[in-house]
Structure formats: structure tokens, C-alpha cells
Design a binder for this molecule. Sequence first.
Ligand code: ADP
Ligand code: ASP
Ligand code: MG
Length: 332
Amino acid sequence: MQKEVSGMDTIVLKFGGSSVADNEKLKIVANKIIQLYNKNHNIVVVVSAQGKTTDKLIKEAQELSKHTEDREMDMLLSAGEQMSTAKLSILLNELGYKAISLTGWQAGIYTNNTNQNALIESIDTSRILKELGQGKIVIIAGFQGINENMDITTFGRGGSDTTAVAVAAALDAKNCYIFSDVDGVYTTDPNKIKDAQKLSALSYEEMLEISSEGAKVLHNRCIEIGNKFKIPIITKSTFNNKAGTMVSDIIEENTTKSIVKKDISRISIIGNGIIRNIENIKKVIQFIDNNKLEILELNVSESKISIVFKNIIDDEILDKLHNLLISKNPTQ
Ligand code: ADP
Ligand code: ASP
Ligand code: MG
């Protein structure tokens, strides 16, 4: 029986590579999906390749050739995501829930011709809607689509987040959940700095700055799409039920939200209205002086102070700056 599918009842869930790394983790993921499905939601799931599959495939290809063609790399890497979708679908069907796996092209995801870094041009949702209408859980391979030549394209590292938010936008879904090994977006990388604090909310603009500066927790293009189509993006952990981080339109002025280190000597301090937080800017200048750091470049914009140093910035300096600007001034 075919039912009418409304965007309001539809949610998109994305699970990253570490969340689907092996059969045990796939069972945790399947249980999370089932819990939400039983609350009467239409469920679309986007999955990444399992664990370090993408890294392994790249390494193996590079052992075969120093000049790997982008088209062939897309053909190879897209297979990683395809395997995860089929495994998860097999498991859900075994557990008694109707599921179907779809590659990017089967899900109607059309891109431009830039292999390895393709942009989504349109999504034909008819197949997804048909399967949802039959009560199925639809599982889509992340980070891939098809171009006008019917060649598979991929979206760049971390691109499954972009598949999830783009599909959520195309379906006019209520929310897009990004499940990962961290339970939200933190003030800095929690795997590097122990005092990092989880943020409960961020604006699209702040999150875009954080992602563009290299914090891989969300792919930067997914934030652009979320902002354009006003899809709230909620990051949560696959492995606990703690509240995550909501990325949406809500803007809180004058709080320092995050510090991101990029490469060896660039630091960015991010927060809406940071340009007007004179006290903060003074603290940063004082910090640079006290720690005898030398600046090569300093830029201040509406929501970001970014500094390139002559010195190498190690995690100890990052920790100290985080302590000065954030830990003593909790943002939650
Ligand atoms: P997934 O495989 O689920 O897509 P990623 O590895 O792409 O997950 O992103 C999660 C990782 O992002 C975390 O393990 C963490 O080390 C890193 N990260 C960097 N900066 C941050 C931050 N500010 N908040 C949360 N995680 C961050
Ligand atoms: N599997 C791809 C990667 O490792 C895409 C993703 O995980 O989002 O980059
Ligand atoms: Mg990721």
C-alpha cells in the first residue's frame, strides 16, 4: 500500500564511518533507527563508508598508480558507502523492518562534473518518496551522486554530511540528525583539548566558520545547504542519548563559541559579533604578548578573528587560549 509522505513527518539521520565500523556498531545504529521509526517518522538514513575504508581504498589505489584519475577514484571510493548501505539494510530487514539501500544515483542525486569534489545540482526525490510511501526505511549511500555523463561523482572528504542535509532539504524534512563519535560540536576539538565544552546551539554562520577552518565535525557544504533551506542540523552521538548541538538560525551575540586550529600556525576564534567584543580582542592581544608569539597575519571579521603566527602553535598554547577565552567563561 502506498501512503502520502509529508516532509513534516520525515527525518534524515546520518551515521559517520566510526558509527558503522563493524557489525556490532551496525546493530547499535539499527536500534536507533528502529526507535525513531516506531515513533511514526518516515526515516531516511545516510551512511558513510565503514571505519577507515575510504583511507584504505585511497592508499591501495595510490600503491597502484601515482596518477590516479579522479573519475576512477570516484568509482572506487563510492563503493565504500555502497557497502554500508547494503549491510544496514540487510540487518534492518533481518530485524523485521522493511528497508531498502540506494546508491547516490538511485536516490536521484545529480551533480556537476567535478569528480572528487562534485557539487549537488538537483535531487529527484521520486524514488525516495516511493519507498517511504511503502513504509520502508530508505538508506542512501553518502558522499556520491551522478553527473550528466552518468558517471559517479563524490563530494570530497566528509561529504556524507552534505548528502544528508541536501536530501533533508529536497524532502523538506523536519530535521537532519548527524550522528557521530562525538556528542555534539565543542568549543574546540574534544579529542585534543580536555577542557573542550559542548555547545548546545550555534548559528549556521558560526558553524560554517568552524567547519571552514578545518574542524571536521561537519562538512562545510552541508552548513551552506542547511542555511539556504533552513534545515536545522542536530549533531549527536551514536553511542549515548545526551543532548547534542543544534545548528540553526538562532543567533546569540558576543559569545566566543569556538577556537579552531588549522595547519600548524593558524588559529581562529569564532562567535557571532566577535568584532564588537573589544574585551575579548584585548585579551587575545595580551595573550600573544605574554606568550611571546609573533603574528604574520591577523584578520577580524563579523564572526571570526583569525591569526597566522610565525611560531608553531601546539596543543598547549591552544589549551591556554581556550582556557582564557572559553573555559573561564562557560558558553552553555
Ligand atoms: P564522522 O566519521 O562521524 O563523520 P568525523 O570524524 O568526520 O565523524 O567528525 C568527528 C570528529 O571531529 C571528532 O572525532 C573530533 O575529533 C573532530 N572535531 C574537530 N573539531 C571538533 C569540534 N569543535 N567539536 C566536535 N568535534 C570536533
Ligand atoms: N567516506 C568519505 C570519507 O571518509 C565520506 C564521509 O565519510 O563522509 O571522507
Ligand atoms: Mg565526518
